[in-house]
Write a protein that binds this ligand. Structure first.
Ligand SMILES: NC(=O)c1ccc[n+]([C@@H]2O[C@H](COP(=O)([O-])OP(=O)(O)OC[C@H]3O[C@@H](n4cnc5c(N)ncnc54)[C@H](OP(=O)(O)O)[C@@H]3O)[C@@H](O)[C@H]2O)c1
Length: 341
């Protein structure tokens, strides 16, 4: 049996093109004791992958040249020399862009998932890492209160759609910002947020001021750039800005940069310059690892009841991984970007 994997061939400048990766095939070895073999069904495509392609200091190590690209997938156990996993079990594995994965049965990167609670690919999206990011970013970092006015960017996306709908469930006034009328219709009509604003329509500051006459208490930051600048003047005293990411700058990371100081304006510049300064900090979902099960349980229950609606963009074929990443970095995706094998 053959495994296919993508390894990093070179560090990108701007949007990562196909020549940044090598597609490598190798024979799958026999399992050792306490190992399992996972046949991947869906791979997740996430914005953070772009950051790992740079050789610079970050909250996580960069991928090495020749190293396997970082990423999570969901698949089926097809061989087992473990007492912990049976053939047929469905698991997520955070072990890179590959079609078959050998893992130790005590690996912290492998988690069992429950197909009867949510579709298996949802464990890469709203019931998985992005959903947990929304959950902890909003409730813990954002310290959500029911009377808050909450604005979220990339609002139809994997993280943003969960942020908006949790805020709505908790009784907040909710405003989603996204690119294009189709995404905005989904936010208004299916996610049922109070307002959806298309930042590409050219009236962002005016539209936002009209939707938030009493200011903004929480801005859940996913994108940075012009959106942060439009939000900033409307932040209320006591406001909070969980900085989850700022995707508009991700392709500005280049191999010759020494530090983040060389980056374009970041949300830290924009919100740090306000008077009073709103509470703002970058957070990583792994800060809350000890509580992940609690979040997954609540998220799958909301999905089951239809309280959290979500979109998926699925490309067919392992070879489409680079295209999937480019889609996420350009907004071509609509909801969680997945690759189906
Ligand atoms: N801190 C953490 O632990 C953590 C974990 C997961 C994700 N994140 C961050 O959360 C954010 C959302 O991630 P996701 O997985 O949910 O992705 P996603 O929202 O499903 O997809 C990315 C979206 O970003 C928007 N976008 C892309 N390029 C943009 C640009 N130049 N300017 C403005 N918007 C742009 C697009 O939406 P529009 O068409 O609406 O613009 C695109 O659909 C990212 O910043 C990511 O890095 C952080």
């Amino acid at each position: 049996m053959i495994n296919k994997k993508f390894t990093l061939a070179k560090r990108p400048i701007g949007m990562p093109e196909d020549d940044c990766w090598d597609l490598v095939e190798s024979e799958i070895p026999d399992l050792l004791e306490n190992q399992i073999l996972i046949e991947v069904i869906y791979l997740s495509v996430d914005p953070y992958m772009r950051g790992r392609m740079n050789d610079m200091k970050s909250y996580a190590e960069p991928v090495k040249i020749g190293g396997i690209m970082v990423g999570e997938s969901v698949g089926k156990v097809i061989q087992s020399r473990s007492e912990k996993y049976n053939i047929g079990d469905i698991v997520t594995a955070h072990l890179g862009w590959q079609t078959h994965i050998i893992a130790d049965d005590d690996s912290l990167f492998v988690r069992r998932v429950f197909p009867d609670l949510a579709p298996i690919q949802a464990y890469l999206g709203v019931a998985g890492m992005p959903g947990r990011t929304a959950y902890f970013g909003l409730l813990d970092v954002g310290k959500l209160k029911s009377e808050d006015t909450v604005v979220v960017s990339a609002a139809s996306g994997a993280v943003g759609s969960v942020v908006g709908q949790i805020a709505k469930l908790k009784g907040c006034k909710t405003i989603g910002i996204a690119g294009g009328p189709e995404k905005c219709s989904f936010i208004k009509d299916e996610m049922e947020l109070d307002h959806a604003i298309d930042y590409k329509s050219g009236n962002l500051p005016e539209d936002l001021a009209k939707a938030c006459p009493n200011g903004i208490d929480i801005y859940f930051e996913n994108v940075g750039g012009e959106v942060s600048n439009a939000v900033a003047p409307l932040m209320n005293q006591g406001g909070r800005v969980p900085i989850c990411g700022y995707i508009s700058a991700y392709n500005s990371f280049n191999p010759d940069m020494d530090s983040r100081d060389d980056l374009p304006e970041t949300p830290f510049d924009v919100f740090g310059a306000l008077d009073p300064v709103p509470e703002h900090r970058f957070f990583v979902v792994t800060e809350f690892m000890n509580e992940w099960d609690k979040a997954t349980k609540e998220l799958t229950e909301w999905i089951r009841k239809g309280d959290i609606k979500y979109k998926e963009s699925v490309l067919e074929g392992f070879e489409k991984m680079p295209e999937g990443l480019r889609n996420v970095l350009s907004g071509k995706n609509f909801g969680k970007q997945l690759i189906k094998i």
